[in-house]
Write a protein that binds this ligand. Structure first.
Ligand SMILES: [Zn+2]
Length: 211
């Protein structure tokens, strides 16, 4: 950089200070070095995105989630915490607003009785918003139009809600799909399948960012 600056300053000496200041700013900018994925979503500079220790993540459950299903959501969050030994989620009560799911600075879990008709096979959708490599917000939508859910007794033809939410909370933490056997981040959750035990695959990924 010094050589480059001095070459330029030889031609345009008055700009030397500006070049020095720009060089200083560049040195102070966040590192943009690529990182290995560890099965995390990566930003355009190939850095993992996560909450970077900014946990527990404060969540609200939207009023649209029926009362009888809320317990499964809390159990899914507890499954992550028990397996990792970290306090990751803090539920701050019920969101009673009528606002739709959007980027608004709060993390909310919604239950949607109407779902995009072009995506009927989607059981749920988690949206994360990040700046640089830090996730700043996450919203989780559960498809209650095209699927029905069970919490305790296995009910053929329906989806185990806790297993689904364990998967979606993995996305909240920044994880991508992982098709390895036993991973809760497999992209497909079959009807009546129980898949709520966080595997070593997730724990290995988790350690790249949260330990
Ligand atoms: Zn998924």
């Amino acid at each position: 950089m010094k050589n480059e600056a001095s070459e330029v300053s030889n031609r345009k000496p008055r700009k030397l200070w500006w070049i020095a200041i720009l060089g200083f700013l560049a040195a102070c900018a966040p590192k943009l070095e690529p990182e290995s994925s560890c099965n995390f979503v990566q930003n355009s500079q190939e850095q993992r995105v996560s909450w970077k220790g900014n946990v527990p993540i404060e969540f609200k459950v939207h009023k649209s989630v029926p009362v009888e299903y809320r317990g499964a959501i809390y159990l899914a969050a507890a499954a992550w915490e028990l397996r990792t030994g970290q306090r990751l989620f803090e539920f701050k009560g019920i969101d009673y607003s009528d606002k739709p799911a959007k980027k608004d600075g709060s993390n909310v879990i919604y239950w949607l009785e109407e779902w995009d008709s072009s995506k009927e096979s989607e059981q749920a959708r988690t949206t994360i918003y990040w700046k640089l490599d830090r996730i700043e917000e996450a919203d989780l939508r559960i498809n209650a139009e095209n699927f029905t859910y069970f919490t305790d007794e296995i009910d053929a033809g329906t989806v185990h809600l806790k297993s689904l939410v364990v998967h979606e909370l993995g996305h909240v933490l920044g994880l991508k799909h992982n098709e390895k056997e036993g991973s809760v981040m497999n992209s497909i959750l079959a009807n009546f399948a129980l898949r709520d035990e966080i595997s070593d695959h997730e724990l290995d990924s988790f350690k790249c960012e949260y330990f």
